[in-house]
Design a protein around this ligand. Sequence first.
Ligand code: ADP
Ligand code: MG
Length: 553
Amino acid sequence: MVERSSSLNEIPAIQVLSPEVAARIAAGEVIERPASVVKELIENALDAGATAIQIEVREGGFTFIRVADNGHGIPRDQVSLALARFATNKIRTAEDLSRVRTLGFRGEALPSIAAVARVEILTRTAGEIEGTRLIAEEGQQTVQPAASPVGTAVTVRDLFYNTPARRRFLKSPLREAERIREIVHRYALGYPHVAFRLLIDGREVLIAPPGTPLERAATIWGREVADELVPVSWEAADLRIHGLISRPTLGRASRAFQHFYVNGRPIRSGLLVVALERPYAGRLPAGRYPLAILHIDLPPAFVDVNVHPQKAEVRFSQERSVYWGVSQAVEAALAPFPRPEEATIAWPFEEAQPAPRPLAEPAVEYGRPSRWRAVGQLLQSYILAQSEDGLIVVDQHAAHEQVLFERLWAGDAIHPLPSPLVLSFSAREAEQLEAELETLRSLGFDLEPFGGNAFVVRALPASLAEQSIPALLNVVLEEIAALRRGGGDPRERIAMRLACTAAVKAGDGLSLAEMQALLDALQETWSPATCPHGRPAWFLLSREEIERRFLRR
Ligand code: ADP
Ligand code: MG
């Protein structure tokens, strides 16, 4: 979970972002409807370290929205700055954009709200004896001393009073109240340790005391649903996936009960939906969807939060790792619920599957980690490397496997043999090779039938140039046989198998130069966190952890 501090002397000051930084921010309309106001105000309360948040709306939020929190408050001399465009206490520089841990970072929400409504902010910090009331209406601001508990209450009245067309367009207060309720549920499910209370037209429709994730799910979805949830907990390298998902005995007719949070930020993502639902194939009837509250936590540098004006979508620089991770995590959580024995697994998600991405696409520039330096080898199996963040321990086999897999998958360079090699096979083997000839060619093999059951090999994928050709074709044949029994994508499976065969093994001694080359190649991969089977390829022993162990902190 994202940690936020609420102690007074740590409240960073609000500052207006420089034009250069502001220009890098994904621009767009933040306030589309009353529910967007509620979302932004809840995010501000959470960013302020609140442990209790009360939301009150009237007439679908069109006439009245108030979000009150017990967070760190805003010092009097900064209150009016909070309403300035691009004024924030969360980032300063463009580099900070790759370190964002807060929900807000653009300094756009309050000014956008104040542009279309009458806003009142009542706030006090723990260090102030007296609070502050700011009233912003029609471009005018007044700031006065006022009694206030520690925390902040933002009241928004007469939303869109100055843009009647927008107001007419969104006419139904009932529908809007429903949207607001959904928004509050989403944050309440993601932040179970924070108390939430929601009042709609004076009626208390939600009271959620702080609790465990499961208790919170019971508060929102009911005890009966909560009894059907199972925990998810999975970790590899610096990717952590945790939360709750439904047993296959429980499904819903829509995906409205699926909630994903990336570093605490609720997001929409087709990729995550597919990764979640994939392990349910064959377990849950088609047309039913699992429920989920899933947190994906990873270093902020691997997530670009700055791609969507309402911050509802993010981009992962290790998309494949995240996809794998979520599927593995869900698969592991569902292990006690095996698929019915005989069920042939219909694949209901074929269309929803993300198109296979060319691995050779330009690496996402976002948050390239600093270069790892090899410092030695441990037990002839693990490479020890130094990074800015601490000690990296790399599983040499898993890492090499991933590097080779990605090269093969992307279409490796071709290594022509000095002279063609003719190999004979059994009739059955020849038939199997023949059937996957196109697959093998697409991976970089130049292989052709040579009369009878013989084949001539003229070239190999460059990454496998050092390997024994008969041994390689042997594992290919084994894999083709396994594919016929179990199914799967032949190209992916054969590439994985070849990568595993050719990769260095545990027990292989490596020179420092070889280790460095492998580290560099791993860092260049699209998905460095795991091997192709999804096992972790490395982990970080952070500087903090090391210092803690030596009692330096
Ligand atoms: P952002 O959240 O992107 O920084 P906002 O316009 O939402 O921008 O808020 C501007 C600033 O006002 C925040 O950076 C924060 O310093 C302050 N602020 C807003 N709401 C609160 C709150 N509920 N508690 C404390 N500070 C707040
Ligand atoms: Mg904000």
